[in-house]
Design a protein around this ligand. Sequence first.
Ligand code: IVH
Length: 679
Amino acid sequence: MADGDGVASELATLREKVRDHLHRYHVLDDPEISDVEYDALFEQLASLERRHPHLVTADSPTQRVGAPPAAGFTPVVHELPMLSLDKCASDQEFAEWEGRCRSRLSYEGHFEFACEPKIDGVAVSLLYEAGVLTRAATRGDGQTGEDITANVRTVRGVPLKLRGDGFPPRLEVRGEIYMPLADFRAFNEKAAAAGERALVNPRNGAAGSLRQMDPKLTAARPLSIFCYSAGLRQGWSPTTQSEVLATLQRWGLPVNRSAATVQGVGGCLDYCRSLLAERDQLGYEIDGVVMKVNEFALQEALGAVTRKPRWAIAFKYPAEEATTTLRAVDFQVGRTGAITPVAKLEPVFVGGVTVSNATLHNMDEIERLDLRVGDAVLVHRAGDVIPQITKVILARRPEDAETLAMPSTCPACDTAIERGEGEVVARCPAGLTCPAQRRQALRHFGSRLAMDIGGLGEKLIDQLVTRELVQDPSDLYRLTAENIAELERMAEKSAANLIAALNASKATTFARFIYALGIREVGESTAVALANHFGTLAALREATEEALAEVPDVGPVVAAQVRQFFAAAHNQRVIDELLALGVQWPAPEQPEAAPLSGETWVLTGALAGMTRNAAKARLVALGAKVAASVSANTTRVVAGDGAGSKLAEAKRLGVTVIDEEELLDALQKHETRSGADSP
Ligand code: IVH
């Protein structure tokens, strides 16, 4: 391949291939080759270009990082201002806004709206001239932003060149650059391992990355983009927002898959609710929904007021982050003796609830945050996840802020705390002789997914332990109605109810029993796997570590914990007593009797009759795997209310989609047939 023409055309072909794969990955969300294959292809192009530097073009996918570090950013005056949005926070406020729009235009009937997630990132303007990215700018104050072209070029979802044809000679695309949550977490894990500073949140991560003077640093940060509008669009006259999105996507620009057109207030509110239900599974942070009157003719008639259009509004979701003050740190003893520092906070409304506790995980976390009592802190709460302290606001640290130290003895039993070499977790080694661990073990034993002893609440357990009526789980089954009725706030009737619940709980399943034992590292699904694999308690009790490691999803760590548990004479004794007291379950099912084994299910959207967790637990009990994302291997997708991108993905891949009613039918059918437990 000596002649320049030959190389030039080979380079053009390679570039086209690389672009195609980038497009499939970032825009269509449908990669055709693995990351490794992509890297190899990219390297083939890069090495050919290295051998023929004069044939390198600016729009080559290899030319994302090229510019040298800059001293500052040049101002860019936006030819059309970048507007901001009015916001509303309730159904009623939204309905009022819509009413004002209609009466302003004397519009009868319903507007059609384009609804889109409001991405929590950084707004950017991308200028394409003759289809080539020539400039990227921040929003700035809406009139003047900063030139961040060199940095934006490193964002792999941003095409350096548009695809297809028909685009105007000068096209300005607007969108939001963001950091996907998985990348954000991976980045922080790496930073923590290297002792480097972590990113506070994905938005700051994106903003900070785009503000790097050296584009190489930006390139090392995993950023993505969703495009949502066109500013300048010389000669191109779309008539609706949905047409804009479809066309941008056709030109190779990533557009959010959850965008949808809906009718009227009802359609918008349904959209907001269902997206909120999916919020913690989107993979990126959103702070609400943007609703835009879809027809441009109507948008123009509505116009704008002081930098905000009248035709669009942001429906704000509850913020997932707030600042508050750290009042104290408690040290709690967990079921397995782990000592966990828990932050006691000045109550603050965040993520839709009032939060007054946040987990701190361990002492390393306190050190990493440099946390002191009295500090102003940033609290994050997303979905059902336990609230976390993400940052200390050092500028607001009071002079008398107190440093924190791990207690040297267990706050519950005074035994000296141990911290194994290289371990982050400190533990009270006293086991069930420590009252805190005993309480937790009993709570776990009686919990819904374990022995499901109705009425055995926290307060009751506290009294049973304090009065030394119960030492280990088997003692629960020795309680008499008289014992219980002596306790505070226990009438005869509730005592009788508890005895009935205890008796009823004796008929259980093998998997529930294993889970109830509270073996470290053995959660519900591991318990199901162990039950299915071994069939009988006798087999499980005797299983060697090697035999245990053969169970699907059981690794060496879990295997060692299980073995260690059954090796302890104390545990063996408690198990024998439980059996002697009448705890029992049906004879072993054939392993192939797990009716959904080998199947992978995905749950999306909100279910009306149960939580997704409950549905998941029931599916797992039937042998199914429940995955977070849809792939070609998915057996079934259950689409609840407001299912969005996963539903679309399932349809695209031809995966069977069922609704809640069909899910219930399937669960009931299999649960009765196999006698599986339904928590
Ligand atoms: S439309 C006039 N659509 O929200 C239209 N904005 O508060 C203004 N944003 O600066 C923008 N996702 O940074 C629009 N799907 C979306 C958006 C979105 C995020 C941001 C954008 C804008 C801010 C307005």
